[in-house]
Design a protein around this ligand. Sequence first.
Ligand SMILES: [Zn+2]
Length: 125
Amino acid sequence: MRDLLEPLPDTLDRWEAAGRPPVFVEVREELTCWVVSTIEGHWAHVYECVPMARPRAVVDRLASPRGEAPDAALARAVARAEGARRRSIRPCADCGEPTPPEHGDRMDSGFCCHGCMSRNHGVVF
Ligand SMILES: [Zn+2]
């Protein structure tokens, strides 16, 4: 099995995208389960943010503990993962742009995107 923290390939063709701002949910099919992950930025270096899969759920493909169809359990897991990622994206306190947590930080005025931190608060990256 591929290391889950390994950077993803550049191609996005096997990814599912939904909503605005884009929330990427990856469903990887394993032998007996689906691994549901959200694609999030990870700072590999101070200058390079790479997309990585953050596993959110593992769904059994053969049987569901609640007795529901595996497809229904997968759909519920995808919706939960998407909702969790969407809730982590907050508006910047200065410019109001939806900002994922990896592209902002807490300042005195609230959560700010990196652009506003440089422009308005003198933070040097
Ligand atoms: Zn901003």
